[in-house]
Design a protein around this ligand. Structure first.
Ligand SMILES: [Zn+2]
Length: 97
């Protein structure tokens, strides 16, 4: 859910910036639409960041949790599936050894 919000917010900012740079408002008279898009996108982005931070531990994100190496990834054999010992979050990474 938060990932989707992040994508939509990023798009809103991007469209707002593009419209602003292209100066489409002079032709189509969009008033403050680009500014509203950018402002709305920023707010959405902040909310999505706060939301995703709640989902996974901050300590885990900065790498203070211990990850246990599991099985090889099904799709990419060079990658291993690592599971966090504390919050059981899974990530894929290439084998260090
Ligand atoms: Zn963790």
């Amino acid at each position: 859910m938060w990932g989707k919000l992040k994508v939509i917010s990023s798009f809103a900012i991007l469209i707002g910036v593009v419209v602003l740079l292209a100066e489409v408002d002079e032709t189509f008279n969009l008033y403050n639409a680009p500014y509203l898009l950018i402002a709305g996108g920023m707010i959405g982005l902040i909310f999505s960041l706060i939301g995703s931070n709640k989902e996974s531990s901050f300590l885990c994100r900065v790498g203070l949790h211990k990850y246990k190496r599991g099985n090889r990834d099904n799709e990419v054999p060079a990658m291993y599936v690592y599971t966090c010992e504390r919050c059981h979050k899974q990530k894929r990474a290439a084998s260090v050894v």
